[in-house]
Design a protein around this ligand. Sequence first.
Ligand SMILES: [Zn+2]
Length: 395
Amino acid sequence: MSIRLLKSKEDSGFPLKRRRSFRILFHMKSVLVQCARPWLLVALITVLFLVCVCPARSQTNNYEFNDSHFHLTNNIQEGPNIHEFLNMMGTKAGRVAIFGVPLQQQWSYRTDGDRAPTYYLHSDAPLYYYSFTDALIAMAYRSLTKEQQARFDPMITGFNPTDMYAADHIRRVLETFPGVFTGIGEFVVHKEFVAAKIPGEVASLRNPALDRVLDFAAEVGLIVILHNDIDIPFASAVTKRDTEPAYLNEIKALFKRHLNTTIIWAHTGLGRVVAPATNHLALIEAILRDPDFRNVYTDLSWDEVAKYVVATPEATKQWADLIQRYPDRFLFGTDSAAPTDQSKYLKVFYQYDPLWRALDPETSRKVRLSNYERLFDEARHRVRAWESTHIPAIP
Ligand SMILES: [Zn+2]
């Protein structure tokens, strides 16, 4: 699927429908002259509304999914250019929340010699915050046409969440690249092996610097994607008992402190070596059920999480049952990082196939498509409004 083909598909959308709606409007006018009954007027206005407005709202109905979690680059800031990635999205992915990876893996010659690491697990050398990632993402976005840009929600990630100045970085990125970003993240607080590889202060859910970031996100309307493992790595093997997950209470306290911030808790707190405890779904349900956490959503992303969801038919059914009880609170994301071709990009979506089959069609559509549209559209709208009042126009 080439970009040219995609463009012609998009081009054929609104203008054609708009022309059709004008013809209908003209026809309606003559009908209205003859029939003055109010109920008929209401019915006709409703039809007109559906013809004119609905196409703009169901913009991704023809795609398989929207991707709420995508890294254009890897740990060394390499990846496909955004035009190549558009080809990978093809007719499968409608819209994508796009970001880099804020943590750069250092190539330490003293540690690794000529073996250049490309992933955080490839080396004992440290990771460091690489703020230029936000400029890379913004410039990639700006290289697209307006129609292509409409399919992306760029996210700011290049800040250190232990720094009281982190919120100032986010503000500066918005000021430098107005009209581009929709949210912040995916950024990491507690994550297996990653958190310990960053020199300096260890990130914490209790750090006021993080509160400052989330307060600023609420003020601007930025949607937040936060990675925070629910527990330490290999928890049941390490503790030898079924204890409460290490970070559960802290993350709940954080969510409660920021009721006006829309937060997507990535992976429901699971990860490569953070397996779901036997009561994991009950813990997640307790959050989704509680009105105090109405600002919290979660994403089903990452092959390392899909492996738990599709491990057995029973596991898939339990996840599907939970999602169907809270169909508005889950989003699908690939968590693909710097894919080299379409099959690699789509791998996680197909890995979740047993889940897609287990969900009723309406819930499946919400998780794959419409929850994304609702949340990211609202964030886009709010961020643009904040920018229009807080960023002086360039003369
Ligand atoms: Zn993550």
